[in-house]
Ligand binder design. Structure first.
Ligand code: AHM
Ligand code: MG
Length: 281
């Protein structure tokens, strides 16, 4: 695992440099989900693939920006699914973006995720590792990632980050979100899941939701690259990650680019979601 963390740190330093100096315009290509890729999406993907291909303990990799799984080392132990530059549509307005890595054993499935790492590229670069019942935050300082502190969620928070478009929400979802605001929660939603989920984690708790909607019944966020890695982080930090009624990590994955509705948060808010969604499942 140490080799993998070192490789992620190395790629984060290169991607930070790329974000600062690279071309932020669109490319001619679309990824497998049909999003137009930015030149930065492609360049970040190339950086990570190059660095991961040098690591003997990696068996296979798969990127949100690519169609297929890539074999790396037959005798490797770990499989890594990653989103090289999540929220890249925020790059041109200079908001925070991130990289997300889910580390799996045996196969790419929620049940077999063993660790996850994400990197936030903001005014500072921070890296969070969820592994062996702990979530630890590191910060890039003078070219090195230094340990800052462990992350733990409170039972209840104050932030609400509701994703997608309101006119595509189910009426009961709208009611749930409205009720949470009526209880005094503050709206915090940038449109980048890495900084939005990072903020909830560091401020002690709250709710991030990306529900199934009329235009996307299975939500937008991808299981292997986005939902499962953050579920690992939230559960390990003392919170929960569900699809409305069940743990997202128990949902089977049929295709590497499958998406799932998802709710991440502290226990109080997630229990509220379960109460509402269990009546409509
Ligand atoms: P991307 O992988 O194409 O960047 O999309 C994922 C992003 C997440 O970071 C964010 O939470 C979500 O899309 C925002 O979507 P919306 O604008 O529909 O709320
Ligand atoms: Mg993404």
């Amino acid at each position: 695992m140490k080799q993998i963390i070192d490789a992620i740190e190395k790629s984060a330093i290169e991607i930070k440099e790329l974000i600062e100096t690279g071309d932020t315009s669109k490319s001619e290509n679309e990824n497998s989900t049909g999003d137009t890729q930015l030149k930065l999406d492609i360049a970040s993907d190339i950086i990570i693939e190059r660095i991961f291909k040098e690591i003997p303990e990696i068996k296979q990799i798969v990127s949100e920006e690519q169609e297929e799984i890539i074999d790396v080392n037959e005798n490797g132990k770990y499989l890594i699914a990653y989103d090289p530059l999540d929220g890249s549509s925020l790059v041109d307005v200079n908001l925070s973006v991130g990289s997300i890595f889910g580390i799996y054993e045996n196969d790419f499935s929620g049940a077999n995720i063993v660790a996850s790492v994400y990197v936030v590229y903001g005014p500072r670069v921070e890296l969070v590792i969820s592994y062996e019942n702990k979530v630890d935050m590191y910060r890039l300082q003078k070219g090195k990632f230094n340990f800052i502190h462990e992350i733990k969620l409170n039972e209840k928070g104050k932030l609400n980050a509701p994703g997608s478009t309101q006119n595509c929400w189910a009426p009961y979802h709208k009611e749930l979100i409205d009720d949470i605001f009526k209880d005094g929660y503050r709206l915090r939603y940038s449109g980048g899941m890495v900084p939005d989920l990072h903020q909830i984690l560091l401020k002690g708790g709250g709710l991030f939701s990306y529900p199934g909607t009329t235009d996307r019944p299975k939500g937008k966020l991808r299981q292997l690259f986005e939902v499962f890695p953050f579920a690992h982080v939230y559960e390990n930090a003392g919170g929960q990650a569900i699809d409305g009624t069940q743990r997202v990590l128990e949902i089977p994955t049929e295709h590497i680019h499958d998406t799932s509705p998802c709710f991440f948060g502290s226990n109080n808010e997630i229990n509220r979601v379960k109460e509402v969604y269990s009546k409509h499942a």
